[in-house]
Ligand binder design. Structure first.
Ligand code: PLP
Length: 460
């Protein structure tokens, strides 16, 4: 088969078949690693093959080993599915194969990214003049936000970090909660600030930073260039650092506030949950993922900055005057670490257009309601206890001692009805449930709770 149209039609059918059947597939596959290696591995064949045959071979070998993480009963990590318009737009993006560098490389990519950015700022209640970049996820977004922060706090101390690097630079102090996401530390490593620069602030019972401790830490050493990393959505509990307090205390000190809101910043899109991120507009940089709660396909994240000059100074390799004088369409590449990049704006635009403002709010609210449903039903099971205050879409549940909890987690993953991961939080082994897929229903929750009940019963 060498006809492109036929190849793509069959590929689209394959994608549709997979997605239509995903709700009834086992969630964790019984992956046969040996078989997969045997079928696809070995030395690269000298001779090429027909494109259709290649795709047949790939799909036949791989499909049995796929994790149904895009389906409605995958509750591990914080993983969304993909909205229909987003899947379609992603396929189009591949077909169009645009270089999202600037308006010259693709006017469509640059313009649609700009529109998507404006919609995102509006949905998240961020300043309308904040700059933004589309990156691969929050890890990349944290690196960009902290690079902009590094630029500005050192510039205030009389140091040009882009030109001179960090050798001999004033020390940067990073103030962050002890339950910050590990990606913050990796970004600090990549930026040469180093993980040791972090002064960890104690967190309260639900994993949010203790506001008094934050203020005390900030005020202890008022003269050093300082970056505060606040978290909107603790990866275990969903708890929020108090952004009002963090921004106000930082402002008094001339510190920069970076908000890691990988999934939690979406609370801003719902009138019912927006209060959790009150005060966010006073921060300096923000990060949120597209591939988590917005239900975009991997890989997609967004970084915003209230200080566009610092943002562009840290990322662009054209001079700042070029950024300001760039004309009617901004150059996406001035706000991210990549030059050649996928046109992720199309997928972002399509998802937001499919949902609309109301649909986005409903998506957030429905997932949170389903998380509460999980908590209520699990709490009623003898031997199960909810360990966190369920403020958002995250539920932590324990089953007696750590050993038994671990066995229930392993049992549920093997069972295949649903998939939950494990975590260690406040010194306890816990099952961690994140509800962030747009297709999950009450029936999916009920069926998953039933599976947990069954697995737990088989442990006694
Ligand atoms: C998932 C997550 C990250 C990392 O995001 P990636 O998109 O995987 O890079 C960072 N912070 C928080 C709070 C997260 O939940």
């Amino acid at each position: 088969m060498s006809n492109l149209r036929e190849l793509l039609t069959r590929t689209a059918d394959r994608v549709a078949d997979y997605r239509e059947s995903i709700a009834e597939r086992r969630v964790a596959p019984v992956a046969d690693v040996q078989r997969l290696r045997a079928e696809l591995g070995g030395p690269l064949p000298a001779e090429g093959a027909d494109a259709g045959t290649v795709l047949d071979e790939l799909a036949a070998a791989v499909e049995p080993a796929l994790m149904s993480s895009a389906g409605p009963r995958f509750f591990g990590f914080v993983v969304g599915g993909s909205l229909d318009a987003a899947v379609g737009a992603d396929i189009l993006t591949t077909g169009w194969d645009q270089l999202a560098f600037n308006v010259a490389s693709s006017p469509a990519a640059a313009l649609v990214e700009e529109i998507a950015g404006a919609w995102l700022r509006e949905s998240l209640g961020l300043p309308p003049d904040a700059s933004f970049g589309i990156v691969t996820g929050t890890q990349a977004g944290n690196t960009v936000g902290l690079a902009a922060a590094r630029h500005r706090v050192l510039e205030r101390a009389g140091w040009d970090v882009e030109r001179r690097g960090l050798h001999g630079a004033p020390r940067i102090r990073v103030v962050a909660g002890e339950e910050r996401h590990a990606t913050i530390d990796r970004s600090l490593r990549l930026l040469g600030i180093g993980a040791d620069a972090v002064e960890s602030v104690a967190t309260g019972p639900n994993g949010a930073v203790d506001p008094d401790a934050l203020v005390r830490t900030l005020e202890a050493d008022p003269d050093e260039p300082t970056i505060v990393c606040a978290q909107a959505g603790n990866v275990n509990t969903g708890a929020f650092d108090d952004l009002l307090v963090a921004c106000e205390a930082a402002r008094r000190r001339g510190a920069w506030v970076h908000v890691d809101g990988a999934f939690g910043l979406w609370a801003a899109a719902s009138p019912a949950f927006e209060h959790l991120v009150a005060g966010r507009e006073a921060a300096d940089s923000w990060v949120v993922d597209g591939h988590k709660w917005l239900n975009l396909p991997y890989d997609s994240g967004f970084v915003f900055c209230a200080d566009p000059d610092a943002h562009a100074a840290s990322m662009s390799y054209t001079a700042a005057y070029l950024v300001q004088g760039e004309g009617p369409v901004r150059a996406p590449a001035d706000y991210v670490p990549e030059s050649s990049r996928r046109a992720r704006g199309f997928v972002t635009w399509a998802a937001l257009r499919e949902l609309g403002r109301d649909g986005l709010a409903t998506l957030v609210e429905r997932c949170c309601a389903l998380a509460r449903r999980f908590a209520e039903q699990l709490e009623a099971i003898d031997g199960a206890t909810i360990a966190n205050d369920v403020v958002l879409n995250q539920v932590l549940v324990g089953f007696g001692d750590d050993g038994r909890t671990e066995r229930v987690i392993e049992g549920i993953q093997r069972d295949g009805t649903c998939w939950m991961g494990g975590t260690t939080w406040h010194e306890r082994r816990l099952m961690r449930i994140a509800v962030s897929n747009w297709t999950t229903t009450e029936a999916d929750v009920d069926r998953s709770v039933e599976a947990i009940r069954r697995v737990l019963a088989s442990q006694s």
